[in-house]
Ligand binder design. Structure first.
Ligand code: HSE
Length: 358
């Protein structure tokens, strides 16, 4: 899915002009691949190391299993090309750089100057958090940050998106007769929905449990210390993206909700010192070309700060910004972003452009 969104973005931005691409597949080598500018490409075998090492830049949206299967073998064979990867496998290596150029272009340039060749897109939630709050981090105002997430089905993959809709369809199908009768009480409807969720027929192969009409308070692996791997990434990857000597503690609880492709996050931010709210708002709004400050009032918030409003867009709206009851150094904020764009495909596309410009 990330590969498909990457292709959409590259076509839309005219990135293929002047490129000589080769398209690979792990499962469909020999079949017809994408068409670019009227030219149809045949898919090559993504495990053919000789074909891969003939190329100066590889962009992989395949996942960590594939990255682990080919990356080190290519390097061991002496391949010194650039590997741009959406997967998490290489993210925390010392010789890799996490890419989110509106936020860390200097870190990327330093990596290139040092001769590093492996550039990884970061976790989607982390990238969207830093796009949203870049202004506060850059000003050095953040002492610590807590992010409570509301993550979309797409983070699990295409199968999970389908299953969310299948779950919704199952609920609606089971409740149809009650829904069609205006005299049905909400409690009767609720009882029917509960029956659907608990029935052995309910589709849960991908998520393991119901997501529709429910939520899932754990994302990714259990690290065994009470933290999920998704939560661990916020501090580890967030600080690696920022590349600063002093780590900022970042932690929270990551939760899957029934949105399709936009992750939302509620932030609690402890500032190092009190900063006037107008200055906070200006810092957030002026940080990059995609962040958009939303007035902290009801109508603007419900119209602009939802997955329904943001899906398919590169904009990263940030709202609900106010000082909290705990004291003037404690800020709340809420942000939504398309996890397939800034959270996945866009940093890869832009890294390829950075390489071409150098
Ligand atoms: N791990 C994320 C999620 C997706 O499950 O939502 C991509 O980083």
């Amino acid at each position: 899915m990330v590969g498909s969104v990457l292709m959409q973005r590259m076509r839309a931005c005219g990135d293929f002009a002047g490129l000589e691409p080769t398209f690979f597949s792990t499962s469909a080598a020999g079949s017809r691949g994408p068409t670019v500018d009227g030219h149809s490409f045949e898919l090559q075998d993504a495990h053919d190391l000789e074909a891969l090492e003939a190329l100066p830049v590889l962009v992989s949206c395949q996942g960590s299993v594939y990255t682990k299967a080919v990356h080190d073998k290519l390097r061991a064979r002496g391949w010194s090309g650039y590997f741009i990867d959406a997967a998490s496998a290489l993210r925390m290596r010392d010789d890799s750089v996490l890419i989110l150029d509106p936020v860390n272009r200097e870190v990327i340039d330093r990596g290139l100057d040092r001769g590093l060749k492996t550039f990884c897109g970061a976790n989607c939630t982390v990238s969207l958090m830093l796009m949203a709050l870049q202004g506060l981090f850059r000003a050095g105002h953040v002492e610590w940050l807590s992010s409570m997430t509301y993550q979309a089905a797409s983070g699990g993959g295409a199968r999970h998106m389908r299953e969310l809709i299948a779950q919704m369809a199952a609920i609606a199908g089971d409740a149809r007769d009650l829904l069609d009768d205006p005299a049905t009480s909400a409690l009767a409807l609720d009882a029917r929905v509960s029956e659907s969720l608990a029935s052995g027929e309910f589709p849960t192969e991908a998520f393991g449990v119901p997501l529709a009409a429910s939520l899932i308070p754990w994302i990714d692996a259990d690290l065994g210390d009470g933290q999920s791997r998704e939560e661990w990434k916020s501090h580890a990857e967030g600080n690696k993206i920022l590349g600063s000597a002093d780590e900022v503690p970042i932690d929270g609880v990551c939760v899957r909700v029934g949105a399709m492709r936009c992750h939302a996050q509620a932030f609690t931010i402890k500032l190092r010192q009190e900063v006037p709210l107008d200055e906070v708002r200006d810092l957030i709004a002026g940080a990059n070309d995609w962040v958009r400050l939303i007035e902290n009032e009801r109508e603007a918030s419900i119209a602009n700060l939802s997955p329904a409003a943001v899906g398919g867009s590169l904009e990263v709206p940030v709202g609900r910004v106010r000082a909290m009851r705990m004291g003037p150094q404690y800020l709340s904020a809420f942000s939504v972003g398309d996890q397939l764009l800034w959270g996945a495909a866009e940093p890869l596309r832009r890294m390829l452009q950075i390489l071409r410009e150098r």
